[in-house]
Design a binder for this molecule. Structure first.
Ligand SMILES: *Cc1c(COP(=O)(O)O)cnc(C)c1O
Length: 378
């Protein structure tokens, strides 16, 4: 067997270390390590500009941002959400004492299917929490129409959707709030980190208080807040990362195109393609190419798990995002909405999906090795 290092599904994009030293020196000079220091403020400003959003509140991670988003909008009762996501989506509901109500996904996009939302609304429903899965924008118009009709809040888990544009604007402007993750595995990372995007200054102020224990000033505490603040080290790394993010996304787009073309005619393999048909300019940003999911169908000579194992034998560590479904974990599976026969599309996707390695440093020969293995010609 080869002595090569394993190829993982992703690898963080790291700027040269010497470029980070000046930021560290600045922090040592400032003696301001956290609590909304200068790098924190600068990263908020630069992200607003880069993403094309009005306000952003930085967090220590995306999960704290999800928890706080629900608190900020005072969401209670039941929330309609997708079972086809990372567990943090639903966990944020349970941590707020909210009952998740799972609704099946659309077979093409693997996002929450708007046509199925209405039937799941009850008098207890107060919000919808969809996910832009793999960065593919949800049907935001249909979701907004339902939310308006039933007076529901919409919080997008946009952890995959950094920099994604939809109908000419940032997808992060959809809904009441959008939540980002800057975890090491994401397209843009601050080691750990996250953010809430919001449209007005009052909401930003409320979120900023909630992420700092609910403190207003030395003697005033207005809410049972949490500690969700991003540190200066993380914010500084984000500023450095932001300089390279366009190049990183362009490199991912090229890899995505190569995979798509090479795998188009492999019987039984369907590329999910989390971007629009015919979108060729990576900087138009219908996608950030953060994942390359394929569905391994019954016409493929191997089952999904056998292909997963075959790649692993060759030191290629693909990931089954999202398997198992959130709704099948023990803290969810007894909910009436979690029954697999009510979620057939999500259940099938979870059985068939495999995310292939994609990251800027993935070189052509390694990508071709992966393609040959999927084609069955290696
Ligand atoms: C990564 C991720 C999160 C959690 O973000 P953290 O920053 O790791 O806390 C939430 N939802 C989805 C869909 C994610 O992929």
């Amino acid at each position: 067997m080869s002595q090569r290092k394993p190829i993982y599904v992703t690898q963080p994009d790291m700027p040269p270390l010497d470029q980070f030293y000046p930021y560290l020196e600045q922090i040592w000079e400032n003696r301001m390590l956290t609590n909304g220091g200068p790098f924190h403020q600068q990263l908020e400003e630069e992200l607003c500009r880069y993403l094309g959003v009005e306000h952003i509140c930085l967090f220590a991670n995306g999960t704290l941002a999800l928890l706080t988003a629900l608190q900020a909008l005072r969401v209670t009762g039941e929330v309609i959400t997708t079972p086809y996501s990372f567990v943090a989506t639903s966990h944020s509901l349970l941590w707020n004492g909210i009952k998740p109500v799972f609704v099946d996904v659309d077979p093409d996009t693997l996002n929450l299917d708007p046509a199925r939302i209405e039937a799941a609304i009850t008098p207890q429903t107060t919000a919808i929490m969809p996910v832009h899965c793999y960065g593919k924008p949800c049907d935001t118009r249909a979701i907004a129409a339902i939310a308006d009709n039933y007076n529901l809040k919409v919080i997008y888990d946009a952890a995959h959707a950094f920099g994604v544009r939809h109908e000419g604007a940032s997808v992060l402007n959809s809904g009441d709030l959008s939540v980002l993750s800057f975890h090491a595995t994401k397209v843009f990372n601050t080691f750990e980190g996250g953010a809430i995007v919001c449209g007005d200054a009052r909401t930003k102020q409320r979120i900023d208080r909630l992420k700092n224990f609910g403190i207003v000033d030395e003697t005033t505490v207005v809410a049972p807040g949490i500690n969700g603040k991003m540190s200066e080290i993380n914010a500084a790394f984000g500023l450095l990362q932001l300089k390279g993010v366009d190049a990183a996304i362009a490199a991912r787009a090229r890899l995505a195109r190569t995979y798509t073309e090479a795998l188009a005619d492999v019987p039984g393999i369907r590329c999910v393609r989390p971007w629009q048909e015919g979108a060729s300019d990576p900087l138009l940003r219908e996608s950030n190419y953060s994942y390359f999911p394929i569905l391994v169908g019954p016409d493929y000579p191997l089952g999904r798990d056998a292909l997963f194992a075959r790649l692993k034998e060759h030191d290629i560590v693909a990931r089954r995002y999202f398997y198992p479904l959130i709704s099948s974990f023990p803290m969810y599976r007894d909910l009436p909405s979690a029954s697999p026969d009510r979620l057939p599309v999500a259940a099938r996707a979870a059985e068939q999906v495999l995310c292939l390695p994609i990251y800027p440093a993935l070189d052509d020969s390694d990508q071709h090795r992966i393609i040959d293995l999927v084609e069955g010609s290696a």
